[in-house]
Design a protein around this ligand. Structure first.
Ligand code: PLP
Length: 406
């Protein structure tokens, strides 16, 4: 069998591009304090649209969500050597934003129920050096924001959330990613909606918004013009999104509810369908949570089937089905953490503090995430494909032909 790749780009986006190109204005940013410091009409329209969409006070469009994460960490009053507690089960970009500002990532373990930060494991790691918590709304479902907020408030910490994989997941009546101090979304072409490359930062905090606007656009030139005296972390970048991408992104947002609800329905069906496959345990969404299934989460037991996960995936691919994943990402497995090599070769930024110098990112610090990575997690890249229920039934049959059912 052969699955079809999903493509949400159509005539609406083409018309938007034509409109912008005909205007001749492909970007309107100026990198010093003036009217155009905040960009042109399409960027402003996108930000307005997103503010209303997510019901937040402020939005900034950026050229990638990786850039957005860098803005977010820089906007906090962090000093080199400060610690930020972060999930290890996320794309590397979440953690690299910490390193970019010479802060030190401290990895807390995740919960097997939703693959998001386990609040009790975060609490154990809080010290006087901790400044913030970074959580990812991983795979398409929001983190436990109520419990995490209570903990953060108790210790006066900010929360940054990464909702790159979760653009429209309702959790009770709120949208995942909008309850943190700073949240944001990715518009890269792997995600539910995209404009090629792009990112969106959301916040309800005016101070953080202004600081992020400065970091986005050569803040060192504009900080005093904006009427601010805080020069810390105002080493600005150029993270500006173009007008063409912004116009495409607005058209994509108009399609998001539809795309998200289609994927939610199919993902729910797939989890239910896969319940009786030997060795496989679907991980259902939390109560009152609509899952966006960027990745469909399954647990796998190789001791039950006698087939190693990577051999299982090879056997599935022999049937023409691609998208099953041999684990996900355990960020501290990256060589950078093994040798603590980031800036230069002398252990900077870890070398700044005594505790940083002592720190080791060894196996054993997050046992739940490690077991998932090594054998137990079997994801399916749901967002990649334009699936029908018939396709899902066919995938089920492939799995049953290899593993059997009970
Ligand atoms: C895609 C992704 C990012 C990075 O987003 P870009 O827009 O590609 O920079 C960050 N975090 C997570 C969890 C992601 O999935």
């Amino acid at each position: 069998m052969k699955l079809k790749k999903r493509n949400s780009i159509g005539l609406e986006e083409l018309d938007a591009v034509k409109r912008v190109v005909s205007s001749g204005n492909l970007s309107q940013y100026v990198g010093s304090w003036c009217d155009d410091f905040m960009g042109g009409p399409e960027v402003n329209r996108l930000e307005q649209y997103v503010k209303e969409y997510y019901q937040v006070d402020y939005c900034l469009a950026v050229n990638s969500w990786t850039s957005g994460l860098i803005c977010a960490v820089g906007a906090l009053d962090v000093n080199p050597g400060d610690e930020i507690i972060v999930t290890p089960w996320t794309m590397s970009a979440t953690v690299m934003a910490i390193i970019h500002w010479n802060c030190i990532p401290i990895f807390a373990d995740i919960s097997i129920e939703d693959f998001n930060l386990d609040v009790t494991s975060v609490e154990r790691l809080i010290t006087s050096r901790t400044k913030a918590i970074m959580v990812a709304d991983i795979f398409g479902q929001g983190h436990n924001n109520e419990e995490l907020r209570i903990l953060a408030d108790k210790h006066d910490l900010k929360i940054i959330s990464d909702s790159a994989q979760t653009p429209y997941s309702l959790q009770n009546d709120t949208i995942a990613g909008t309850m943190s101090d700073i949240g944001g979304f990715s518009l890269n072409y792997h995600k539910h909606i995209h404009c090629g490359e792009g990112g969106l930062i959301v916040t309800n905090d005016k101070n953080l918004y202004e600081r992020m606007a400065l970091i986005r656009n050569h803040g060192e030139n504009a900080v005093t013009g904006m009427g601010r005296s805080d020069l810390n972390n105002m080493i600005g970048f150029n993270f500006r999104l173009g007008e063409i991408e912004a116009a495409i992104a607005v058209e994509q947002f108009k399609k998001l509810k539809n795309i998200a609800s289609t994927i939610t329905t199919l993902g729910d069906y797939m989890l239910e369908k896969f319940k009786d496959i030997r060795g496989i345990t679907p991980v259902f969404p939390k109560e009152n949570c609509k899952h966006n299934y960027y990745i469909l989460p399954l647990l796998y037991s190789d001791s039950e089937t006698g087939i190693k996960r990577k051999d299982l995936i090879r056997a599935i691919e022999a049937n023409g089905v691609y998208g099953f994943m041999n684990g996900y990402v355990l960020v501290y497995d990256l060589p950078m953490f093994k040798t603590k090599t980031a800036y230069g070769v002398s252990g900077f930024p870890w070398s700044i503090t005594e505790s940083g110098r002592r720190m080791k990112y060894e196996r054993g610090i997050c046992p739940v995430a490690e077991e998932l990575q090594d054998s137990k997690f079997l994801g399916f890249e749901m967002c990649l494909w334009e699936l029908t229920k018939g396709d899902i039934d066919d995938i089920y049959n492939v799995l049953v032909s290899i593993l059997g059912n009970d």
